[in-house]
Write a protein that binds this ligand. Structure first.
Ligand code: HMG
Ligand code: MG
Length: 298
């Protein structure tokens, strides 16, 4: 049987916007966070504390974190790659930080400029500092089924990374299909590999929709008992170090799927569609969510 309730982390403000070439005003990012929490999102990935030379769109991390009105009960998370990022992030009081590694060596090099082993060395003191400060720690694991540079990734390598994350104290992990090449069985194998180190309550699915498989992959993960997922309002996004990869699966589409299955999300779909329409308007794009387009055309 499927989980009765699912928790969605909307990563739109971070994963969704990080790859946009035109700077998005901090006020629009803040408005997006507000609309997402009004729609009932209990977790929002707001920004990242990375090099502004690498990812200019996230350079206004302080302004966004300081400018938003927090809602009680909502968890605000931010990406942190190293101690420098932690020192900047801690000033803005995130509820959770996300260290981000990859199951693929080549992707680790392109994304964070170091090997997998080096990345874990960099994360270890960050995780320690965060936990000591009472901040939760999540670990994103990129390329758990495929890599733009290495092709297929074996489940063994996913298990290896999950074990390293566990070893440094990361509390829960995201199984990310960064370039959206996964299909249900491959995604299930990657999750099984992670379950050697983390229990199901501490594993989340992070599926990009490049090949149109993200909803199927979501259902495949649900069938294993996964009940935490990341998605991006309006299907925004793409990773700067994964050419051609589309955004995460659209939150609207996941919510429609879940509600259709009788799974609770706490999310108001109409308000969520409004949030997606808002940010799509800011970007001068159409929402990439099929559900949003269908509802807006009704
Ligand atoms: P590096 O060049 O190896 O770092 O970058 P460094 O320590 O040698 O420092 C070089 C310069 O960066 C220095 O500045 C540092 O001060 C600065 P300079 O002296 O040249 O002026 N620097 C920083 N600035 C701000 N914040 C920091 C920071 N650290 C160093 N934290 C680094 C290493 C990780 C910083 C770099 O490679 C980087 O920023 N990469 C960007 C990674 C990124 O944001 N990728 C996208 C997010 S991951 C993703 O989207 C995948 C995910 O969604 C899951 C999935 O779908 O797979 C999570
Ligand atoms: Mg991603």
């Amino acid at each position: 049987s499927l989980p009765s309730r699912v928790r969605l982390i909307d990563v739109g403000p971070r994963d969704g916007l990080q790859n946009e070439k035109q700077p998005v005003a901090s006020s629009d990012k803040i408005a997006l966070v507000h609309k997402l929490q009004e729609a009932g999102l209990a977790e929002i990935e707001v920004t990242s504390y990375v090099s502004p030379k690498w990812v200019p769109q996230m350079a206004d991390n302080h302004a966004v974190m300081q400018g938003m009105q927090r809602q009680v009960g909502v968890r605000y998370s931010v990406l942190v790659p190293n101690l420098k990022g932690w020192e900047a992030a801690v000033q803005d009081r995130p509820d959770e930080i996300v260290v981000f590694g990859a199951a693929s060596e080549a992707f680790s090099q392109r994304n964070i400029n170091c090997s997998i082993a080096e990345s874990i060395e960099r994360f270890a003191p960050v995780v320690q500092a965060a936990l000591a400060a009472g901040v939760a720690v999540r670990g994103a694991m990129s390329c758990t089924v495929g890599c733009p540079y290495e092709g297929d990734i074996a489940p063994e390598r996913v298990a290896y990374l999950a074990g390293l994350m566990k070893g440094i104290g990361v509390q829960r992990v995201d199984v990310a299909d960064t370039i959206g090449v996964g299909t249900p069985l491959k995604v299930q194998r990657a999750i099984e590999a992670v379950l050697r180190h983390y229990d199901i309550d501490h594993v989340s699915g992070h599926f990009h929709d490049t090949y149109g498989q993200a909803l199927s992959n979501t259902l495949a993960a649900l069938q294993m008992g996964v009940w935490n997922f990341q998605s991006s309002v309006a299907g925004l996004g793409g990773c700067p170090y994964a050419k051609g990869a589309t955004g995460n699966v659209a939150t609207e589409d996941v919510v429609y799927l879940l509600h259709g299955l009788g799974v609770e999300t706490g999310i108001d779909l109409d308000k969520l569609v409004d949030a997606g329409a808002f940010i799509s308007g800011v970007l001068g794009k159409r929402p990439q969510s099929r559900v949003a387009v269908a509802i807006l055309n009704k």
